[in-house]
Write a protein that binds this ligand. Structure first.
Ligand SMILES: Nc1ncnc2c1ncn2[C@@H]1O[C@H](COP(=O)(O)OP(=O)(O)OP(=O)(O)O)[C@@H](O)[C@H]1O
Length: 397
């Protein structure tokens, strides 16, 4: 192979990435948000949102604080009106040329703190969610409250308790029961688990997901917790600065993020300079295959830390700098060896020596100063040079 200079296929030449509106087929859309914008004062909070949600599907909107997630949820609920664009529910325009008020949209809403009425019992809180059509006699209301309690896996005796006599997770389940009382077709969950501690959070999230899936309710969860988004939803929409940067299934957005900022937001990322020809990137971890590269030449390649394994033998080496022990795994900081591969050197290519962080289950494998052989599993993702980093969760230094 002869030495080549970098070709001018750089970031500036690349078209704006197109973000598909949905991963579902068009016929199955329950909620359709098209070109929606919203400005508060002089701040444009939503800058042209396109998102389609399948009937009965679960979409997580994930993004940093202030990116516009709650605003979008409030527009769907009908608490705010978009400046431009259109929102359709079940094929009917609810915001745009016509306006359907919140109470006529058949949408349930659960807020971060559940917002239960402290002076009412659990039963009264849930019954509050029943309108006249679903209410009926006292006996019928009591039966429906019990049914809703059962739906969220709490027995009927809870109806007499007051909210302060419940755990945080139980309060959130009551808030969900109240929101389910009118049999909504769509449920909007605005960070409903964020006030719960880690263990309760996972259990409550599972319980809520089960209830909603069983009832076939189309669900949108807003969260700034990437792990929660990836585990809860069948479609993840990544929001940044009032735009959706990527929409895809959890596996795709995690393993093939559309850009560097999305990669870093969704989890730890090892990012290295690389030289890409065709679908093979040369970097300090050796040759790494890249699927559907959007750039060539000098790029940055992204790998998830779990893709970098300690091998019995490999031409790629690194020295352990230090590590953090987390019980089931350790996070190991490694300085890669200088120029570990026998390939032509391209201008702008690293000569090795970068510091990366990987994870390993066996802390004994990683002592300071130890020389480790490394190999890469799976494919990397190439980003054109010059993509800004969010500065979040970057493991490569
Ligand atoms: N009613 C309002 N009036 C003025 N500004 C608002 C209003 N609602 C939201 N904003 C602003 O819009 C921006 C986006 O807010 P939003 O609550 O939608 O973000 P978010 O992504 O949900 O954030 P967080 O994760 O912190 O809840 C923020 O800068 C916020 O201050």
């Amino acid at each position: 192979m002869t030495e080549q200079s970098p070709t001018p296929t750089s970031a500036s030449r690349l078209p704006e990435p197109r973000v598909a509106r949905s991963i579902a087929d068009t016929a199955n859309h329950h909620l359709e948000i098209d070109e929606v914008t919203k400005t508060f004062g002089r701040q444009q909070v939503l800058k042209g949102i396109n998102l389609h949600v399948a009937r009965g599907g679960t979409t997580a909107i994930v993004g940093p604080s202030g990116s516009g997630k709650t605003t979008l949820l409030r527009l769907i609920a009908g608490f705010e009106a978009p400046d431009t664009g259109q929102i359709m529910l079940g094929g009917r325009v609810v915001a745009g040329d016509t306006w359907v008020p919140a109470h006529r949209r058949n949408i349930g809403y659960v807020a971060q703190d559940g917002a239960l009425f402290p002076h009412l019992t659990v039963g009264q809180n849930i019954a509050f969610g029943l309108d006249k059509a679903h209410g009926g006699s006292r006996k019928q209301i009591a039966a429906r409250v019990e049914e809703l309690l059962d739906m969220v896996a709490l027995d009927g005796s809870y109806a007499k308790r007051r909210p302060h006599e419940l755990s945080g997770g139980q309060q959130q389940r009551i808030a969900l029961a109240r929101a389910m009382a009118r049999r909504p077709e769509v449920m909007l969950l605005d960070e409903p688990f964020s006030a719960l501690d880690a263990g309760l959070r996972v259990a409550t999230r599972r319980a809520v997901a089960k209830v909603l899936a069983k009832a076939g309710v189309t669900t949108i969860l807003v969260t700034h917790d990437q792990a929660e988004a990836l585990s809860f939803a069948d479609q993840v929409a990544v929001m940044r600065g009032g735009k959706l940067a990527q929409i895809g299934n959890p596996f795709v957005v995690y393993t093939r993020p559309a850009d560097r900022a999305t990669a870093e937001f969704l989890g730890d990322a090892v990012i290295l300079d690389a030289w890409l020809e065709g679908s093979l990137a040369m970097c300090s971890l050796g040759p790494v295959p890249v699927r559907h590269p959007t750039a060539q030449g000098h790029v940055q390649i992204m790998l998830r830390p779990e893709q970098i394994r300690i091998a019995a033998e490999s031409p790629i080496h690194g020295t352990v700098l230090d590590w953090d022990y987390f019980g089931p795994e350790s996070s190991v900081r490694i300085k890669l060896a200088d120029r570990p591969w026998d390939q032509p050197v391209h201008p702008g290519m690293p000569g090795g020596g970068e510091i990366i962080t990987i994870r390993h289950w066996n802390a004994a494998m990683a002592r300071k100063g130890m020389d480790l052989a490394l190999k890469v599993i799976g494919e990397g993702v190439a980003f054109p040079l010059g993509e800004p980093s969010t500065g979040v969760s970057t493991l490569a230094e």
